[in-house]
Write a protein that binds this ligand. Structure first.
Ligand code: FAD
Length: 462
């Protein structure tokens, strides 16, 4: 059957459904195509399930520490993995159903189930349906990168998607990749009771962060018994009677780690290889990301790419912001651009890392005169009261303009408290304005004015 719409949206991720809402409300007929799970990565295999599991892991961790707070549990703390998974499935499933039923109920929106492939500019095939539209919006997201490492085809490995189906505890989980996705699973499974080893090729964890952040995260994980193997060269796999042998030529330590399960967490790749983009004249970069301009228009007229597939963000909030940018430009006459966005994100280990703007390394490389402030969480009252004093907060600002360039809060409540700095950066106010604020006591945020009042000059790197 051949159908036509004013607009076609491929993928029901974080940008597609709200865009469908805006376009239909503006009177357009919209076709939305989803090949699998409504809500995409965040709802089904990313943020929502992982943060739900992390909450269970946190409960187990606090229960084990109960006596430190004067609370007795009366026996060994147990984790019932089937119940943990059921809780996750309910929360994630409810979110998925909400997205799906919202789209089904949406006036002027036709939902197509199946895999979309371009057949010509602004025309796709989905099963028996050929669907054309005046405008096309691509929101196809990404998936776990499965590396071509020696022996990988001879062993069973997990990704962020398949690990979410486990309802039993691995004896020993080997996490290949010591970055954002890998570390959240590593700490979570350690807290569920598994032995966990993180294998990372780089000399430090989350190498995109400043060195002191990487070191503090390493400490947090090692303190909980997560084994970390850095500088792991030539990672390879071999089946063995005892499980999966993960070979690594590290500078020191055993050359093989024996795991019962292996999670691959070495990065993501965009879902653009099976869209036949060439039929529509849509360019991709060498890594497969769709090339877009500052307003997310692709190289093909009237085709936009939003979310992870355009390589301009890798988060739910950046995908949603892509929707806001496209909608503002198309419907509101409001010229919003991707380059206006200040990068911000969190890493949800516990305590979490909240991050905004530049790292100190990036700020120093920019060659500007800088002011830097740093405060350990051991000097934050709320952290002491909660018994969670790991980590530190830091901020970096331009010494001349007094504009904040970046900040990190690795510590309890860091994912929330960082928003004080993010808001100031979005408002483009000098950091001195925050020093006059009267924050609520006792909070982590109340130390932000103190942190900023204690900024010291540091040399830019030549
Ligand atoms: C383990 C993990 C944890 C994460 N945690 C966080 C977090 O805490 N905070 C955060 O901000 N981000 C997090 N992320 C990242 C976040 O999930 C993604 O950035 C976000 O979901 C991207 O949304 P999207 O709109 O680009 O696409 P997606 O949500 O990936 O949706 C794309 C949709 O398109 C569909 N699709 C693909 N190809 C086709 C096709 N050809 N035809 C039809 N449909 C198609 C897919 O089935 C999918 O439903 C996490 C990611 C992972 C993997």
């Amino acid at each position: 059957m051949r159908n036509t719409h004013d607009a076609l949206i491929i993928g029901a991720g974080q940008a597609g459904p709200p865009l469908a809402q805006r376009l239909t409300a503006a009177g357009m007929s919209v076709g939305l195509i989803e090949r699998k799970l409504f809500g995409g990565t965040c709802v089904n295999t990313g943020c929502i399930p992982t943060k739900t599991l992390i909450a269970s892991a946190h409960a187990a961790h606090l229960a084990r520490r109960a006596t430190e707070y004067g609370v007795s549990i009366g026996g060994k703390v147990g984790v019932e993995m089937k119940a943990v998974k059921a809780r996750k499935d309910t929360i994630s499933g409810n979110a998925r159903k909400g997205v799906e039923s919202g789209l089904e109920r949406m006036e002027r929106c036709t939902v197509y189930r199946g895999h979309a492939r371009f057949v010509s500019p602004r025309e796709v095939q989905v099963g028996e349906d050929r669907i054309a539209a005046k405008r096309v919006f691509i929101n196809v997201g990404g998936r776990a990168l499965v590396p071509d490492l020696p022996g990988i085809d001879r062993v069973a490995t997990l990704t962020n998607t398949s690990i979410l189906e486990l309802d039993t505890l691995p004896e020993h989980l080997v996490v290949v990749g010591g970055s954002y996705v890998g570390l959240e699973f590593a700490q979570m499974y350690r807290r569920f009771g598994a032995a966990v080893t993180v294998v990372e090729k780089a000399p430090r964890l989350v190498a995109r962060e400043d060195e002191d952040i990487s070191a503090a995260i390493l400490q947090i994980l090692e303190d909980e018994g997560v084994a970390v193997r850095l500088n792991a060269e030539c990672i390879r796999f071999e089946p063995s009677d005892a499980g999966i042998a993960v070979g690594l030529d590290c500078a020191s330590g055993a050359p093989v780690v024996m795991g019962s399960h292996v999670l691959l967490a070495i990065g993501r790749r965009p879902n653009t290889d099976d869209l036949a983009l060439d039929k529509a004249g849509i360019q991709v970069d060498p890594r497969g990301y769709i090339v877009v301009d500052d307003e997310l228009l692709t190289s093909a007229p009237d085709v936009w790419a939003l979310g992870d597939c355009n390589g301009r963000g890798a988060f739910t909030h950046t995908s949603y912001n892509d929707f806001e940018i496209v909608a503002a430009n198309l419907l509101d006459g409001d010229r919003r651009r991707v380059s206006d966005r200040i990068p911000a994100y969190a890493l949800y280990i516990d305590p979490p890392l909240g991050r905004v703007g530049m790292t100190q390394t990036q700020a120093r490389a920019s060659g500007r005169p800088l002011l830097v402030g740093r405060r350990p969480m051991t000097r934050v009252g709320r952290a002491i009261e909660k018994g969670e004093t790991q980590g530190f907060m830091m901020a970096v600002a331009d010494a001349e303009t007094r504009q904040l360039l970046g900040a990190a809060i690795l510590g309890t409540g860091g994912d929330e408290a960082i928003h004080g700095i993010l808001d100031a950066m979005n408002a483009r106010i000098p950091f001195t304005a925050l020093q006059r604020a009267v924050p609520i006591h006792p909070t982590v945020s109340e130390l932000i004015p103190t942190l900023l009042g204690d900024m010291k000059p540091v040399a830019a790197r030549d």
